[in-house]
Design a protein around this ligand. Structure first.
Ligand code: GLA
Length: 687
């Protein structure tokens, strides 16, 4: 029998999973005339549409008005909102799809841009190009010969999803009489737990390294699972810091720069544990990605001191703190608002010295911060280099020094600095900055230096403060931020626009991360935005719309990416499944690995993408990710692109179990990867 080559073996295994028709597509846009029936998109089950805001509507815009694009009315169609996706099972039984697409007139006057994309059996068939509010509708006409599964997508057009009301007007299929076309969601899979419970014996979790600047207040809570009470101790701590035996908190100040080898110890009635730990006192902080919680994805404009304090308490009570979760970050809406009708957001923005005044919901910021520090946690805050934040609250423009000093006085440990209205300033102050819209990307042609300047200013001011403040740049990846973020003292930088709890959003963001990977390393992290696990909803909470497998994929990819891990859910509604996802120490260890490499995709086969992250101990974390709608059952043998040689031990990190040994020169590895899911393994060389 003829020997099949190794890569062919993988290819053939995957091929078996792909719809045969995916290789027989004809994306010829020429109109085709058929006898047969018209099947209207709006007659299909549009509840299967997932989108970034609101719900898809039949024969109406997403706001429920008649469909209208550039002054032309359409009686039929589907009104949706980026980022949107719907899949339609055709099974080769449709001739053609046609529609008029565009931004609905109901957003006229606002900044909106979208792109319509048609995908057949994982291959792109048509793309509208970026369309803005007021653009006349574009005609979409796609030949569907042989297509089994069609996906209609609307992306954010590259500038976030604000005001992206998108219409598939007069959207219809021509198909043979009696053809059965139907919109399909992902099969319902009940949440299933993979992370084994932590043992009763002590286990010290968290990173192996921690950075601090000379003289800054030191706060590190040793994350450890196991029965309480537990006694903590440490050998080799540098002068100036000490560990509290009961809480495991290390506090004080290290003044002498250097790298200190420490051994952390924990003991309870069931046993004891120790862990090697390095404290590096020098210039760089955030030597591993920050982990914590942020108020935006759940509370948005409803945030208050009370809600933040309760979130911090749950961080401790739920045990999350024992796995290394430590920041409690207040996002937008702690300041006063420029024109909100809400009385709790009304008040002076600043005092006579220009010092910012928090709104009534945060009557004692210093006290709030101190009470969260008392829990062993750290606190983050949010502002904008523009006059207004994205939500329309007071930004830092013109008051950067006062703000940096105020944050330090309050004891803030983390600042997210969000571009928002800075676009008006960047555009040369032609607009009165006080009247500037709160979200404004600014120049059409990007001027890199002008965009860097406000981040450099705040970065310099933060470094002058007598405490360590992690600096998180939020400008959605403009001007290749990864290439200059570190030069302005940035510790992390958003690479993409805002995430929402849909598959389309998470997938789009995940697939864009490879571009910034080369610049990530200890102290400098790419930020694909916060986690959309648990109860999220931007002031309108609901369980995440990601399936359980999509959630495993999300948490695994963010770990492989060395991304800041910021929980975005209502902590008081943490369910067992979400808690289980957030407390897998072997998965978290991939994120917190001291080498600080960001995984990239090194091998794609159809919808399967294989991400590899090199780890400090020489092993590699490998995510076999299935972006397709069908489970994949494969034998994987393309080990060379993963950098794996010789005999390897494969460990399933979610199950925390060794699952196989594989001789990479001769053997293959059987894998079953759930649809929209992942198999996350760690490979360690065997003697
Ligand atoms: C932007 C950011 C979000 C959030 C909001 C607050 O959209 O990207 O993460 O901070 O602003 O208004």
């Amino acid at each position: 029998m003829k020997k099949i080559t190794r890569s062919a073996l993988v290819f053939l295994s995957v091929l078996a999973l792909l719809p045969a028709a995916s290789f027989a597509l004809n994306p010829d846009p020429a109109p085709v005339v058929h006898d047969g029936a018209t099947v209207w998109l709006d007659d299909l089950d549009i509840s299967e549409v997932t989108q970034g805001w609101g719900t898809a509507r039949k024969n109406a815009s997403v706001d429920g008005k008649p469909l209208r694009i550039a002054g032309r009315d359409y009686a039929r169609g589907v009104g949706t909102h980026a980022e949107s996706s719907v899949q339609i099972q055709l099974d080769g039984g449709a001739y053609e799809f046609a529609a008029h697409v565009g931004v609905d007139d109901e957003v006229k006057g606002r900044v909106s841009s979208v792109e319509f994309i048609v995908i057949g059996d994982s291959r792109e068939l048509w793309r509208s190009g970026v369309m803005k509010a007021g653009d006349i509708a574009r005609d979409c006409r796609v030949n569907l010969a042989g297509v089994k599964l069609l996906e209609l997508q609307v992306s954010d057009g590259g500038n976030g999803i604000d005001s992206d009301h998108a219409d598939w007007a007069e959207a219809r299929f021509s198909a043979p009489e009696g053809a059965h076309l139907h919109a399909v969601g992902m099969p319902v899979v009940a949440p299933y737990l993979l992370t084994p419970p932590s043992p009763a014996t002590p286990r010290i979790n968290g990173p192996t390294i921690f950075g601090v600047r000379p003289g800054s207040p030191f706060l590190y809570t040793v994350p450890a699972t196991g029965d309480r009470p537990m006694r903590f101790s440490a050998d080799g701590l540098p002068d100036g810091i000490k560990i509290d035996g009961a809480s495991g908190r290390i506090t004080g100040r290290v003044t002498k720069p250097g790298a200190y080898a420490v051994t952390l110890r924990a003991e309870n009635s069931k046993g004891n544990a120790s862990k090697r730990f390095r404290i590096v006192c020098g210039d760089q902080i955030a030597l591993t990605p920050p982990m914590g919680w942020n108020s935006w994805n759940c509370f948005a404009q409803e945030v208050s001191a009370d809600k933040v304090k309760r979130a911090a308490e749950v961080m401790v009570r739920s045990g999350l703190v024992n796995h290394g979760w430590s920041y409690v970050n207040i996002d937008d809406f702690w300041q006063n608002h420029r024109d909100s009708g809400d009385p709790t957001l009304k008040g002076d923005f600043r005092d006579e010295r220009g010092v910012i005044i928090p709104n009534q919901r945060f009557p004692d910021m210093k006290g709030l911060v101190a009470s969260i520090h008392d829990l062993g946690l750290k606190v983050g805050l949010y502002s904008s280099p523009g006059p207004w934040t994205c939500g329309g609250c007071a930004g830092s423009h013109g008051y950067e020094r006062q703000d940096a000093e105020t944050y330090a006085k309050w004891g803030i440990d983390y600042l997210k600095y969000d571009w928002c209205s800075y676009g008006a300033v960047d555009a040369g102050q032609k607009l009165d900055p006080q009247k500037a819209p709160s979200f404004n990307l600014g120049r059409g042609e990007r001027d890199r230096e002008a965009e860097i300047a406000p981040y450099r200013l705040m970065g310099t001011l933060l470094r002058e403060q007598p405490r360590d403040i992690v600096y998180s740049l939020c400008q959605y990846g403009m001007s290749d931020v990864a290439s200059w973020g570190a030069s302005v003292n940035g510790n992390c930088w958003r690479t993409t626009h805002d995430i929402t709890d849909t598959w389309a959003s998470m997938r789009g963001i995940a697939l864009a991360q490879d571009n910034s990977a080369a610049h990530a390393g200890p102290g400098n992290w790419s930020d694909p935005d916060m986690l959309i696990l648990g109860h999220v909803g931007w002031g309108n909470p609901h369980p995440t719309r990601l399936t359980p497998d999509e959630q495993y994929l999300h948490m695994s990819l963010w770990s492989l990416f060395s991304a800041p891990l910021l929980i975005g859910c209502d902590m008081e509604k943490l369910d067992d499944f979400t808690l289980n996802l957030l407390t897998n120490d072997e998965v978290i260890a991939v994120n917190q690995d001291a080498l600080g490499r960001q995984a990239t995709c090194v091998h794609s086969i159809g919808d399967i993408r294989v991400y590899v992250k090199e780890l400090e101990d020489g092993s590699r974390a490998v995510g076999f990710c299935n972006f397709g709608r069908l489970p994949a059952v494969i034998r994987y043998d393309a080990f060379a692109p993963l950098g794996l040689k010789g005999r390897q031990q494969a460990r399933d990190l979610w199950r925390q179990m060794d699952v196989a040994t594989v001789d990479t020169a001769r053997e293959s590895l059987p894998l079953t990867i759930p649809a929209h899911g992942i198999v996350l393994y760690k490979f360690t060389s065997m003697p």
